[in-house]
Structures are given as structure tokens and as C-alpha cells.
Design a protein around this ligand. Sequence first.
Ligand code: IMP
Length: 199
Amino acid sequence: MELIFATHNPNKIKEIRQLLPKHIRLISLNDINCTRSIPETADTLKGNAKLKADFITTTYNKPCFADDTGLLVNSLNGAPGVFSARYAGPKNDANANMDKLLQNLEGKKDRTACFQTVIALNIKGETIFFEGEVQGEIIKEKKGGKGFGYDPIFKPKGFNGTFAELPLETKNKIGHRGKAFSKLIDYLGRVTPQEKKES
Ligand code: IMP
């Protein structure tokens, strides 16, 4: 079965391609020469994941999934949330985003936060959602050189280092996206061969 992952991010494709059951052939947006920018105008992660998946399914008429992730900070009423990528402006500049967040948290006692990922899978005429979450806190200065986005300031609960200090395998195991992906992979692995042909 061919399954489109609605992303241009080669790291995400590589990560999940290794984990998928062999009967599923994962196709990226680059593979199908899709350079169009996909709308992300919903006000929830779930809404955006569905918008992206629906856009691809409607355009290419194939099974497809899309993910959307946000960092939700409790004392900021869940910000940056759905706006995580463009918190400090349209460029998705990770350093500027972190600086803005650190500034907005100055003087706040509660620095607890969580990452949430939602995946929307369009298959057999319906949409199925898979979610993953990791709790933690925003530390006061950036630490570590691994990862991307807000990793240098996010310390997962129960660990001494930030996501940017922990090995990638650890992040994938305890992290938001890893948890959501493993639920998706479990589901795809349970789909019977007959159902696969029908999809
Ligand atoms: P996306 O929906 O996966 O593109 O994520 C939106 C934004 O959330 C990214 O541009 C990053 O700023 C942030 N983000 C998503 N996943 C992570 C992560 O694993 N670590 C740090 N930041 C992340």
C-alpha cells in the first residue's frame, strides 16, 4: 500500500520510514513533486493535521497522513501552541522563538509545559487521529546542541537534560512525536492484507 506523509521535512520521513511495516510504501511530498504550501489555518493542532491530510487526499486521491505539533506552556494559557513555528514571526526562527518564550516567562513561577503531536490519517474514507504528549518544563537558558525548535529549553519530566542534550533515541522514545507515530505504526501494522488492498 502506498501512503503519503504530508510533509516536506526529510528528517521526519527518514524517522518514520524505518519504523513502518514493510507492506507500506511511504511517499513524501517531494516524491510526488508537491511544492504547494498546504493550508495550516485551523486554531487547533487536530484541525491543522486534518486540514493538511485532507488537502493531500483531495488533491491526489490516496491514503495520507499529516502531523502537527505544538509546545503548550501552562502559565501562558497554552501559548505558543498552534503558533509554535511562527511565535516570533513568519520565518520559523528557532532562536527567536525561544528568546520570545524565555522573555514571556520572565518572573513566572510556573514553567511547566508540554509538547503535543496530533496525526490525522485519512484511510478507507475516514480520518483517524493519533496523539502523543510529553510533559516537562521550560528552563531559563538554552542548553544542548541536538534536536531542533524549542529542544534546548525543554526539559522533559524525570530527566536531567533538555531534549537538545538527550540522545535522539531517548527523545523518540519518550517524546510527543515518537508516541504519536508509534500509535500510527501499531494501527497500520494491525490492518489486515485484505483491508490494505481495499484502501
Ligand atoms: P510541526 O507541526 O512539526 O512543524 O511543528 C511546529 C513547530 O513546533 C516547529 O516549527 C517547532 O518550532 C516546534 N516543534 C515541533 N516539534 C518539536 C520538537 O520535537 N522539539 C522542539 N520543537 C518542536
